[in-house]
Design a protein around this ligand. Structure first.
Ligand SMILES: *[C@@H]1O[C@H](CO)[C@@H](O)[C@H](O)[C@H]1NC(C)=O
Ligand SMILES: *[C@@H]1O[C@H](CO)[C@@H](O)[C@H](O)[C@H]1NC(C)=O
Ligand SMILES: *[C@@H]1O[C@H](CO)[C@@H](O)[C@H](O)[C@H]1NC(C)=O
Ligand SMILES: *[C@@H]1O[C@H](CO)[C@@H](O)[C@H](O)[C@H]1NC(C)=O
Length: 182
C-alpha cells in the first residue's frame, strides 16, 4: 500500500468519525422527552437511522427531485436547550404507520412524509400538535379522513393527495381558519 493511500484512508476515517460526533453533539441539546419521541417515531415509521438536528447536505437534484432526509432543530437557547422544529422524510420507502408520539414533539411545525408506503390512518394524538405544514402525499393511508384534523388549528398547508382515503370530506376541516392550501 502506498503512503498516499494510507494518509487518504486515515483522513477519511477521521472525517467519518467527526461527522458522527458532530451529529451527536448537535442533538445533545434536545430534551430527553424529544429524543425518546424520535426513537418511537423512527420505530413506527420503519426508519433505521434518524439523524436528529441534521439537514440533508445533498441539494434537491433533477435525478432525485422528491428525496429529503432532514430533521431540523432550533438553535440552542442560552441554557443549551433546542427543539425539533421540522421533519422531512421524503421518498424513503418507509412502510410503517404514522406515530402517535409525534405529538410529544411540542415544538414541531412541519412534517413532510411525501412518497412513502405508510398505511393506516392519522393518529388522534396529532390534533394536539402545533403543526403548520403537513404533507402526507403519496402514501397508503386509508379509511375516512379524520374529523379531528379540524382541531389542528395552526395548519396553513395540508396535503393528503394520492392516498386511499374514502368517504366524504369532513365539515370539521372548515374550522381550519389559517389553512391556505388543501
Ligand atoms: C408521549 O406522551 C404521552 C402522553 O403524555 C406519554 O404517555 C408517552 O410516554 C410519551 N412518549 C414519549 C416517547 O415520550
Ligand atoms: C429538506 O427539508 C427541510 C425541512 O423541511 C427543508 O428545510 C429543506 O429545504 C429541504 N431540502 C431540500 C433539498 O429540499
Ligand atoms: C376537537 O377538540 C375539541 C376540544 O378539545 C373536542 O371537544 C372535540 O371532540 C375535538 N374534535 C374531534 C372531531 O375530535
Ligand atoms: C371505505 O373502505 C373500507 C375498506 O375497503 C370499506 O369497508 C368502507 O365501506 C369504505 N367506506 C366508504 C364510505 O366508501
Amino acid at each position: 500500500m502506498s503512503k498516499g493511500f494510507l494518509i487518504f484512508m486515515f483522513t477519511l476515517t477521521m472525517l467519518l468519525f467527526f461527522k458522527e460526533t458532530i451529529i451527536l453533539a448537535r442533538s445533545g441539546c434536545l430534551p430527553e422527552k424529544e429524543k425518546d419521541a424520535l426513537r418511537e417515531i423512527a420505530e413506527s415509521l420503519g426508519k433505521k437511522h434518524l439523524n436528529p438536528c441534521h439537514e440533508q447536505e445533498r441539494p434537491e437534484s433533477p435525478d432525485m427531485p422528491s428525496y429529503n432526509d432532514s430533521i431540523i432543530c432550533s438553535s440552542p437557547s442560552a441554557d443549551g436547550v433546542c427543539h425539533v422544529e421540522s421533519i422531512s422524510l421524503k421518498g424513503q420507502d418507509l412502510a410503517g404507520v404514522l406515530p402517535p408520539s409525534l405529538a410529544n414533539l411540542t415544538y414541531l411545525k412541519s412534517i413532510d412524509l411525501t412518497r412513502n408506503y405508510l398505511s393506516g390512518t392519522i393518529p388522534k394524538e396529532w390534533e394536539e400538535t402545533k403543526l403548520e405544514y403537513m404533507s402526507l402525499m403519496a402514501n397508503r393511508l386509508s379509511g375516512p379522513i379524520p374529523k379531528y384534523l379540524g382541531n389542528i388549528s395552526t395548519l396553513v398547508y395540508m396535503n393528503l393527495e394520492s392516498n386511499r382515503f374514502n368517504g366524504t370530506v369532513p365539515a370539521e376541516l372548515g374550522k381550519l381558519v389559517n389553512l391556505k392550501t388543501l
